[in-house]
Design a protein around this ligand. Structure first.
Ligand SMILES: Cc1cc2nc3c(=O)[nH]c(=O)nc-3n(C[C@H](O)[C@H](O)[C@H](O)COP(=O)(O)OP(=O)(O)OC[C@H]3O[C@@H](n4cnc5c(N)ncnc54)[C@H](O)[C@@H]3O)c2cc1C
Length: 412
């Protein structure tokens, strides 16, 4: 790889990196996005597109094209405790254009964005390009070292954005300090067969020591089994027979499909983390999305936060980057804007994990439904609040139209 130079280089082509790259390019900033994988096809990723992101796409003129692709719309979320079902979230009362959550494989969303972004002359996406080091000039980060199929090379830029997820290379190479909040559980992901007559909406189930979530992916069920932190080794020691028995116990209507899991090769471990950076930036560098704050899967809000960070970054920095460099103070404005929603969301996730998940996993009895769940099930208008938290989040961002209309390319 030759020496390249650009205005902004983004490490990571996940939701944060792709949305940020698209928006900056649309504002006329020259952007290179580097993604270490050769495609976006990775299993067991967050597959939810939230009403706030749909609103954003409408603001950018992309909504109709996105919704023309195959997707599922979910308007209500229910939870099962033992044999009882409770309605917990109702998206139909949200104050947004799209009063539903879209379930679509994450690679579909990223492919769509990449397609739209490639229409912009200032957007460049390199796949199979992994950021391995940062390039510094004095105290300022001035670029990245990249390992690509063509070889290694440096890309210099006015700004490096670390959007490379929870195991971020950028944040560790930059020496940014991480506040580890901790999570007492991990998640196992697996697939179960889908059969005619199965429900179409997601199912969340709490039953005697187990939490189990099922997402209908049209061809199969994507299932999440919540286990105590570090508990996967003990499950493996019980053998696949023991695991299938546990699965039968929590898979409800799909219990007779547990035998479809042939071995532990079909079970993926997600080590759950909740953490955040104390400082999201240093001169020449900014972290956003999971790289700035790894979220627990509770509430399925990680993608929403990552995308909202990307919008705030582009809103604040695009006009500055079009002219040149952003100062350290200007970079800190992104953290000031996004830290409050991050802290509130993580606080909520910690409450759920400590007050609901941990006690349920410790008991061998089927838990009784908490009062909050009963009230939500009884009063429909109350159910808009969990829907707001998940679907819109705290302090939603909107694209500043005056910035993004000025890009080289007209809105599609
Ligand atoms: C199993 C699982 C299920 C989840 N379910 C949900 C859900 O239902 N709803 C929800 O909202 N959230 C969910 N989340 C969380 C959500 O996926 C993340 O919060 C969100 O994807 C964060 O986006 P991001 O762009 O910051 O990081 P990521 O999505 O992690 O993207 C980072 C990208 O950077 C790339 N990368 C990493 N290192 C480098 C490097 N050195 N150089 C170049 N590229 C690099 C990676 O390949 C990846 O494509 C889930 C997470 C997991 C792991």
């Amino acid at each position: 790889m030759e020496k390249l130079s650009t205005q902004v280089v983004i490490a990571g082509g996940g939701p944060a990196g792709m949305v940020c790259g698209y928006l900056l390019a649309r504002a006329g900033v020259d952007v290179i996005v580097l993604e270490k994988h050769k495609d976006f096809l990775r299993d067991f990723r967050g597959d939810t597109i939230h009403p706030s992101t749909l609103e954003l796409m409408a603001e950018l003129g992309l909504l109709d094209a996105f919704l023309a692709r195959p997707h599922d719309e979910v308007r209500e979320i229910t939870a099962e405790i033992g044999k009882d079902r409770f309605r917990v979230a109702d998206f139909t009362r949200l104050p947004t254009r799209c009063r539903f959550m879209v379930f679509v494989p994450q690679w579909e969303f990223l492919d769509f964005l990449a397609g739209e972004a490639r229409k912009l002359p200032t957007f460049h996406l390199f796949m199979e390009a992994e950021v391995t080091h940062l390039v510094a000039r004095g105290r300022r980060i001035a670029g990245v070292r990249v390992r690509a199929t063509e070889g290694e090379g440096d890309i210099t830029a006015n700004l490096v954005i670390g959007a490379d997820g929870r195991h971020s290379t950028v944040r560790s190479k930059a020496g940014l300090k991480v506040l580890d909040i901790g999570a007492p559980f991990d998640v196992l992901w697996l697939r179960l067969p889908l059969e005619a007559g199965d429900p179409s909406e997601p199912v969340a189930r709490a039953i005697a020591g187990n939490f189990f979530i099922m997402l209908n992916r049209r061809d199969y069920w994507q299932c999440a089994m919540v286990i105590p932190k570090g508990g996967f080794a003990a499950l493996k020691a019980e053998g696949i027979g023991g695991f299938r028995a546990r699965l039968r116990n929590c898979a409800g209507f799909a219990r007779d499909r547990a035998d479809s899991i042939a071995s532990f090769d079909e079970v993926s471990l997600l080590t759950v983390r909740i953490d955040r950076l104390r400082r999201w930036s240093r001169p020449g560098l900014l972290c956003i999305g999971d790289a700035a704050h790894a979220m627990s899967p509770v509430g399925g809000v990680g993608i929403n936060l990552a995308i909202q960070d990307a919008v705030a970054t582009a809103n604040i920095l695009a006009p500055i980057l079009r002219r040149g460099r952003a100062s350290a103070r200007e970079l800190r404005r992104v953290q000031r804007r996004r830290e409050f929603p991050t802290k509130v969301t993580q606080w909520f996730q910690v409450q759920v994990q400590n007050r609901v998940l941990s006690p349920t996993m410790k008991t061998t009895m089927t838990p009784t439904a908490p009062m909050a769940l009963r009230l939500l099930n009884r009063w429909r208008w109350l159910r808009q609040w969990p829907a707001r938290f998940v679907g819109i989040g705290v302090q939603p961002e909107h694209v500043r139209q005056e910035i993004f209309k000025r890009g080289d390319s007209a809105p599609s």
